[in-house]
Ligand binder design. Structure first.
Ligand code: FMN
Length: 306
């Protein structure tokens, strides 16, 4: 009997749905014992989000500053053959409830020396979050053997409006008669996650060691090369503004509000001017940067990119 631990958290239920489809073949297998651990954060994150609360969360998300979750149901010293860590991205970082878990003493015990698969469902910007995740897993002495990233069906531009509309209203849409498309991952992509669970059942029953090729050739990730530079730039900006905001007071502090408003104006101006200009310049110089971009795509696609 192989033992699999599934760590998850979801606000709207989307990631829970992904987890359920992904793990169904494991649950159905008589050779697997699957334990689900739903992370309950140490502070309450509302859904839908009030506007200021949403914005005010980015400094702590970017600086991975999260209180530990409430105590887990699973015993900290239980030994698992595989850990599946499902997370969503908040401001280009792993969501705070999952960060809080990874920084807890329970995670240090459960993940130490274990193979881990990360399972992401987010808008479509997950590259920097996964870099943070890799560092946290490395620090916990865990081995990343697979990564699956599901992104919203509306695409980069559509989801840029659709995701905030969803998390601020609690309604997936479409909104404004279709002007803002439906938010979230396509239903078919969620259902098709079963293929990963089927591969896991194969490998775990085979007794072959879980190597980083575990989920290769299953279309587990698609790295959108046009977002690599944007994510890096946005992350730098988040860190600068985040530092300033954190120097003004803790999350919820009234002193942060005016700076948050200035930041929103700055961000909107950047998105409407600098981002399109950057994309245009990148298109013009594409023949010169093709090799470097291919290398970056291969790097961010690891370990499961085919
Ligand atoms: C505070 C917050 C920040 C978010 N930031 C990002 C982001 O930087 N990149 C991204 O792709 N999605 C981002 N999202 C979307 C989430 O990753 C996710 O798709 C959505 O919140 C649904 O997750 P759920 O299963 O918890 O409901 C953000 C969502 C929230 C609530």
């Amino acid at each position: 009997m192989k033992k699999v631990l599934v760590i998850h958290y979801s606000q709207s239920g989307q990631l829970s749905n992904v987890v359920q489809n992904f793990t169904q073949p494991l649950v159905d297998s008589p050779d697997m014992s699957v334990t689900f651990e739903n992370i309950i954060p140490g502070v309450d994150y509302p859904f839908p989000w009030p506007f200021f609360r949403f914005l005010d969360t980015f400094p702590e998300a970017v600086y991975l500053d999260s209180p530990p979750p409430l105590p887990l149901k699973v015993a900290e010293d239980e030994d698992f053959d595989l850990i599946i860590l499902a997370y969503q991205v908040w401001f280009l970082s792993p969501s705070l409830p999952i960060t809080g878990f990874l920084q807890s003493p329970a995670a240090a015990k459960l993940l130490k020396g274990k193979p881990v698969i990360t399972l992401i469902a987010c808008r479509d910007m997950w590259l920097m979050a996964q870099e943070e995740m890799k560092t946290m897993l490395h620090d916990l002495d865990a081995t990343l053997v697979g990564n699956v990233a599901l992104v919203d069906e509306a695409g980069s531009i559509g989801s840029f409006l659709a995701t905030p509309a969803w998390v601020l209203s609690g309604k997936r849409g479409p909104h404004l008669g279709g002007l803002i498309p439906r938010a979230g991952v396509a239903d078919a992509d969620i259902v098709n996650c079963k293929r990963f669970g089927e591969r896991l059942v194969e490998r775990l029953t085979d007794n072959t060691p879980l190597e980083p090729d575990l989920l290769c050739h299953l279309n587990a990730v698609r790295v959108n090369e046009t977002l690599i530079a944007s994510e890096k730039t946005a992350r730098r900006a988040f860190r600068l503004w985040g530092k300033l905001l954190r120097s003004l007071g803790p999350s919820g502090s009234i002193k942060r509000k005016p700076v948050l408003l200035i930041y929103v104006v700055f961000l909107t101006a950047m998105i409407l001017t600098v981002v399109p200009l950057g994309i245009l310049i990148k298109k013009i110089i594409a023949p010169l940067t093709r090799q470097r971009i291919a290398e970056q795509k291969a790097y961010f696609g690891k370990p499961s990119g085919s």
